[in-house]
Design a protein around this ligand. Sequence first.
Ligand code: SAM
Length: 267
Amino acid sequence: MTTGQPSGFESITDRPQYYIDFLDERTSIPGEQMAKRIITELLDLRAGLAVLDVGSGTGTDTIEVAKAVGPAGRVVGLDKSPDMVAAARDRATAASLPVEFVQGDAHTLDFPDASFDRVRTERMLIHLPDPEAAVREMVRVTKPGGIVVASDIDAGTVFFNSMNKPLAEALTQRLSDGLAQGWMGRRQQRYLINAGLENVRVVPNVILNSVAFLRIVCTGLLTAMIADNTTTAPAVDAFWSELEQGEREGWLCTGVTCFTVSGTKPH
Ligand SMILES: C[S@@+](CC[C@H](N)C(=O)[O-])C[C@H]1O[C@@H](n2cnc3c(N)ncnc32)[C@H](O)[C@@H]1O
């Protein structure tokens, strides 16, 4: 897999397979699986519900929702990227499930008011120019009494267990600044409340990452930091060696906080 920073999820047309591989790799991480379990629990899925997944990516989670609501339900995955929609359709066909994938923009959802019982979005708001507008749209298409769940990391909370504190702090800053909404995680509750939802609650979880995954996310940024003299190539080599040692010896303890929020649309 190519290495770099997958901050470009707002437009993945230049290298779609990289982003598809990135999402598949992410799904194998235990903390990521925990976030998905939290989302599912807060969604309170039942047979027959209509559910929208905004920014559905490869459709893996949307397909799981379709299994939960069954043939009497209706499940739609929406994504801005035609490549992601195509990948999701392939996976849904293979799973033989009644789920539909459509291309669209989270900022202006092409559904009537009150179309869905549940709306979920996972790791999409962080990539949007106007995430609060997207939250308002998700609330608009939710039926009164329905539930909206949004889940995202907060890149300002990325932590590296390195003794090179200046490098680790500079890298966290770069990661956060390289995303459209680096502090999305901490903003979500505010946006759900501002959009009029009730019973808004948050469930945080810490995601610990492997060095292989960190290399996918951080290599491009570290190369840029060497180029602009923020750090040096030997310092970066030592940084990776240290993290690999931590992984071998069991003290890596490097990751990020994810926040999953839910709210109910009032009647
Ligand atoms: C990090 S991926 C997350 C995919 C999936 N929810 C998951 O957790 O695996 C972000 C997704 O949001 C999509 N996306 C980005 N901007 C969007 C927009 N304005 N409207 C809809 N989808 C968008 C991207 O194409 C990508 O598939």
